[in-house]
Write a protein that binds this ligand. Structure first.
Ligand code: G3P
Ligand code: CA
Length: 246
């Protein structure tokens, strides 16, 4: 099988870090990703009871730690008492939850960009402004970070705030399996439309690109699927194991 990734210019994005082999959204998954030749690191953020933005995919810690409960019901200090590595493998014991600020400090040492997904913003009023304030506090340049969410209102809010960072709308398979997104509307406030890979076809690509929306599907872990998407003209691939796609 010819591997089109070898000679393409698509961006490779490490989804929750190198999350196939390492505990997702932890330093253990981020560092090998940043030491590799990927282009971007993807993370998810939620907010603690005492208003810290923390890097975790689910709104609970049940699946990825040895604890139980909702992120928003714990203080940061409480959340730091749990282990976020051991559930993947005993060799990762001791991984702590990372704050967004810790990830910003880490990423500044590397050339890669950061793709921040705001999870369930309806739980966290004002999270858009809070995120921008933190990015400003860390002097993060507009080229260094992209912000995305499944919540189109959240991305629209960021656009209205004239934040300067590139913005992306995520398109889920569950919600869009039978219809196309409203590209015209999305193109007003976003730069990227990032769908589940199964939604990508010629029609999707033509509609997005004709409005100058870039397309970076998720979560692409098979080289054969990556090949098909590259032939269709995607701009990036969000993958749990991006270097293995080659
Ligand atoms: O970056 C896209 C992807 O992360 C969206 O889905 O559920 O893995 O956050 P999810
Ligand atoms: Ca995500």
């Amino acid at each position: 099988m010819h591997n089109y990734l070898e000679d393409s210019r698509v961006m490779l994005i490490a989804h929750r870090g190198f999350s196939t082999d390492f505990p997702e959204n932890t330093r253990a998954a981020f560092e090998p990703a940043l030491e590799s030749d990927i282009d971007m690191l993807e993370i998810d953020i939620h907010r603690t009871k005492d208003n810290y933005l923390v890097v975790i995919h689910d709104d609970t810690i049940n699946r990825t730690s040895n604890g139980k409960g909702k992120v928003k019901d714990y203080s940061l200090n409480d959340l730091m008492q749990f282990d976020y590595g051991v559930i993947k493998h005993i060799k990762f014991k001791g991984q702590r939850l990372m704050t967004l600020e810790q990830v910003l400090v880490l990423i500044q040492n590397y050339p890669q960009k950061l793709l921040i997904e705001i999870k369930q913003p309806h739980f966290y009023p004002g999270i858009e402004q809070q995120l921008i304030d933190i990015l400003k506090k860390h002097d993060i340049s507009e080229e260094k970070v992209m912000i995305q969410s499944f919540d189109q209102k959240c991305i629209r809010n960021l656009y209205d705030m004239k934040v300067g960072f590139k913005l992306g709308v995520l398109i889920s398979k569950r919600k869009y399996w039978y219809r196309m997104p409203n590209f015209d509307k999305i193109a007003v406030y976003a730069d990227y439309v990032n769908p589940h890979y199964a939604l990508v076809n010629h029609k999707f690509m033509t509609a997005a690109h004709s409005l100058e929306l870039s397309v970076m599907p998720y979560t692409v872990n098979e080289p054969s699927i990556a090949n098909k998407l590259i032939i269709l003209g995607v701009d990036g691939l969000i993958s749990d194991n991006p270097t293995k796609l080659k």
